[in-house]
Design a protein around this ligand. Structure first.
Ligand code: HEM
Length: 93
């Protein structure tokens, strides 16, 4: 089965988040407690992010610790291009 860009990256990151939670039950408890305390039984919405310090730190730290694209994606100009004063050559030879 072939899985594409946004799906593969998100899926792998989510799997790491779950695995790390399994291995760190204290962390999992803290995440759950913060969600229960701050959301008070409501469905989460984007504006809740500012109140979920531990959850947001957990997400950021997983993206750093288990980075699925650590060296990013290579780029090169496909034709000579002038950006401001910089001239980018099409050839890397
Ligand atoms: C944890 C999740 C994700 C990670 C770690 C991730 C990582 C990356 C990285 C490293 C790049 C290359 C950036 C560059 O040009 O140097 C990229 C590009 C891109 N990603 Fe993601 N991605 C994630 C999720 C998603 C999702 C969910 C979508 C779409 C719904 C998506 C759509 C794209 C698109 C369209 C580009 C190309 C942007 C462009 O250069 O035009 N990504 N992503």
């Amino acid at each position: 089965m072939e899985i594409k860009a946004g799906v593969e990256t998100s899926m792998t990151t989510l799997l790491w988040m779950i695995l790390l939670m399994i291995r760190n039950p204290n962390m999992q408890r803290k995440l759950r407690d913060e969600i229960h305390e701050k959301l008070n039984g409501n469905v989460p919405v984007i504006s809740d992010k500012v109140n979920l310090d531990y959850v947001m730190a957990y997400i950021s730290e997983t993206l750093r610790y288990k980075n699925v694209a650590p060296i990013g994606v290579f780029h090169r100009a496909i034709s000579s291009t002038k950006i401001g004063m910089i001239l980018k050559c099409a050839s890397l030879n």
